[in-house]
Write a protein that binds this ligand. Structure first.
Ligand SMILES: CC(C)(COP(=O)(O)OP(=O)(O)OC[C@H]1O[C@@H](n2cnc3c(N)ncnc32)[C@H](O)[C@@H]1OP(=O)(O)O)[C@@H](O)C(=O)NCCC(=O)NCCS
Length: 154
């Protein structure tokens, strides 16, 4: 079932109190989801975790590591009922602004070759494919490659 967007998306920092909801969204969104521990470790490491709320509900979230002048987009997810309403594009624009605000000159991320929705989103937001990382993702007996994408913020 799809969800109604009747208010503007609102961004706030992710906290430990969000992680049960986020882990449930994550489970439904990916064949190989992050665990709750992946999120709590990222928050404890000081990474930038943000949630996007619509009407008081968590509709999406992101996790970004920013070190020196490089931002690494580790996770960007819109919950299944909220997809295809422009929220992924809105969340990615938020990440670009966040990275700039923290002095990054480039954003890097990995995406599965099979993830055509995400690849289309990143391509339309100015990301370019710069490398193929062979066997990057665990995927049962075989491992799936990752495409490394980059967008310059210069
Ligand atoms: C990828 C994802 C973030 C897109 O979020 P979304 O809110 O549905 O995206 P938007 O509505 O903002 O769409 C932005 C663009 O993404 C692309 N896109 C989104 N969903 C798509 C789909 N199902 N098929 C093809 N392209 C798609 C389109 O280019 C779209 O632009 P358009 O609407 O002008 O055609 C969302 O599908 C998601 O969270 N998927 C599961 C998690 C994931 O794969 N995250 C990325 C990991 S690298």
């Amino acid at each position: 079932m799809s969800a109604q967007i009747d208010t503007l998306p609102r961004y706030r920092r992710m906290t430990a109190a969000d992680l049960d909801v986020i882990a449930a969204i994550e489970q439904a969104a990916y064949p190989h989801p992050w665990t709750r521990g992946n999120f709590s470790d990222s928050l404890e490491a000081g990474y930038h975790g943000w949630v996007l709320e619509c009407g008081g509900e968590i509709a999406g979230y992101t996790m970004v590591m920013i070190a020196a002048d490089e931002a690494h987009l580790l996770n960007l997810t819109v919950g299944a009922p909220w997809q295809r309403r422009g929220l992924g594009r809105n969340l990615l624009a938020f990440v670009v602004k966040l990275a700039r605000d923290y002095g990054a000159r480039t954003i890097l991320l990995e995406v599965r070759p099979s993830n055509s929705a995400a690849r289309a989103l990143y391509a339309s937001a100015g990301f370019s494919e710069i490398a193929l990382r062979r066997g990057y993702y665990p995927d049962g007996a075989v491992r799936e490659d990752a495409i490394l994408l980059e967008r310059s913020l210069a």
